[in-house]
Design a protein around this ligand. Structure first.
Ligand SMILES: CCCCCCCCCCCC(=O)SCCNC(=O)CCNC(=O)[C@H](O)C(C)(C)COP(=O)(O)OP(=O)(O)OC[C@H]1O[C@@H](n2cnc3c(N)ncnc32)[C@H](O)[C@@H]1OP(=O)(O)O
Length: 186
């Protein structure tokens, strides 16, 4: 992965919450209307994420026709959103609420509409409220059911997430949401 993102030395290892999902379990959406993972978001990415081993998760996504940027190609903002979401879901393994402060994306290869992408992401470590995450995206091989990451690597990303108190962070915005949750202070 090509990147100028600096991951500091001496990070603390991230701790998986004691009741985190088992490897292979589907990760629930944190908000049904979320553009990235929400099943009810009409034009969303509908990322399907699974818990992995340790501090890793995986996710899959179909590059839908309405994700077009250049002719026949994925829009760069869509790939960025997918990385943002899958890394944000990765952070949920820790049992904290965190928001993205920095997103660094390597658009390594063009991605055509109709492709299926597989994301692999892991938490690199923490420093106070900061959580450092890295992800890569591969094309899923032609048979459509490999589920592996043996296809071509088409992108990579780093994210810096900051732990927040959801009842404070979403206090003013939550009334605008179509989804109300006690976690957001509703
Ligand atoms: C179940 C519910 C799920 C809830 C949500 C799950 C979402 C999943 C996926 C989607 C994720 C998103 O897109 S979230 C949406 C996009 N992101 C946002 O809207 C965030 C908007 N920005 C903010 O609200 C704020 O800037 C924060 C919260 C990120 C930081 O503000 P703060 O709380 O005042 O913290 P602050 O003291 O400034 O910084 C804390 C530490 O982070 C460092 N830091 C802060 N920003 C940066 C930065 N840009 N670059 C480098 N470092 C930074 C500081 O130096 C400091 O380090 P040190 O002094 O400790 O060294």
């Amino acid at each position: 992965m090509k990147s100028t993102f600096v991951v500091p030395d001496g990070l603390e290892p991230a701790q998986r919450r004691s009741d985190a999902l088992a490897p292979g379990d589907r990760m629930p959406s944190h908000n049904p209307m979320c553009f990235g993972c929400g099943p009810d978001a009409p034009n969303g990415l509908h990322l399907d994420a699974r818990a992995g081993e340790g501090m890793a998760i995986t996710g899959e996504m179909l590059v839908e026709p309405h994700f077009e940027g250049g002719p026949g190609m994925i829009h760069g903002g869509i790939l960025s959103s997918a990385f943002d979401e899958i890394m944000g879901m990765n952070v949920m393994l820790m049992g904290v609420t965190a928001v993205t402060a920095v997103l660094d994306v390597d658009f390594a290869k063009p991605i055509q509409l109709g492709s299926r992408l597989r994301f692999s992401t892991e938490i690199l470590g923490t420093q106070r409220r900061k959580i450092y995450v890295r992800a890569v995206a591969h094309l899923i091989d032609g048979d459509g059911n490999s589920g592996g990451d043996t296809g071509e690597e088409v992108g990579g990303a780093h994210g810096l997430f900051i732990i927040v108190d959801p009842s404070v962070h979403f206090r003013e915005s939550r009334a605008k949401s179509q989804f109300a949750s006690p976690e957001f202070g509703a």
